[in-house]
Ligand binder design. Structure first.
Ligand code: SF4
Length: 182
């Protein structure tokens, strides 16, 4: 068997949606090599080759697979998390077994810069060190900027932009702390 175990490390209240949970679990081996195959068969996957990571929806949940760990957000409860982890292990093992029949896809499909830009204050204030919000969005998606550097975003004035932005960034592996959503 390619992947023996996925061990749950924690379950906590979901930051994105009240009444749901988020969870993290550790994988018994590095699964980087299988990501391009998953990217090929999961049509709604977002694959970031450079990290590497792959994220995809499973009904209302969002699963983000890193080389040695997996994060799940918007799961129903702990039981749901365990079921998703079982399904994920099966998916990884089945994909590995069939990988000679699958054309791997190395294309990185990420949210567009404009999607991120539309959720920024768009004032070009320069506080992040970039001349424009568009430049900030571009660098953020290249992992060359940090979200916390857009300080205006975390003021009351732009509260309505924060949650939609977190919702697209968190599944991509960006560190989102609870206070960033307040
Ligand atoms: S700090 Fe935020 S609002 Fe100001 S330029 Fe940078 S991204 Fe735009």
């Amino acid at each position: 068997m390619f992947l023996e175990k996925i061990e749950l490390s924690y379950v906590a209240p979901c930051i994105v949606e009240a009444n749901k949970v988020r969870a993290e679990a550790n994988l018994s081996r590095d699964v980087s090599e299988i990501m391009p195959y998953l990217n090929s068969i999961i049509k709604k996957a977002t694959y970031i080759k450079g990290k590497p990571l792959i994220t995809f929806p499973k009904n209302s949940r969002v699963i983000t697979l890193h080389p040695r760990r997996v994060m799940i957000i918007k799961a129903l409860n702990s039981t749901d998390v365990m079921q998703v982890l079982d399904l994920l292990r099966d998916l990884i093992n089945e994909t590995y077994e069939k990988k000679n029949e699958i054309e791997p896809c190395y294309e990185s499909r990420v949210h567009s810069t404009l999607e991120v830009f539309s959720r920024l204050p768009k004032t070009n204030c320069g506080q992040c060190g970039e001349k424009t919000c568009l430049a900030f969005a571009t660098k953020l998606l290249r992992w060359e900027q940090e979200l916390k550097n857009c300080r205006p975003l975390f003021t009351a004035e732009y509260e309505k932009l924060r949650k939609p932005l977190m919702e697209i960034l968190e599944p991509l592996g960006f560190e989102i702390h609870p206070e960033m959503k307040e």
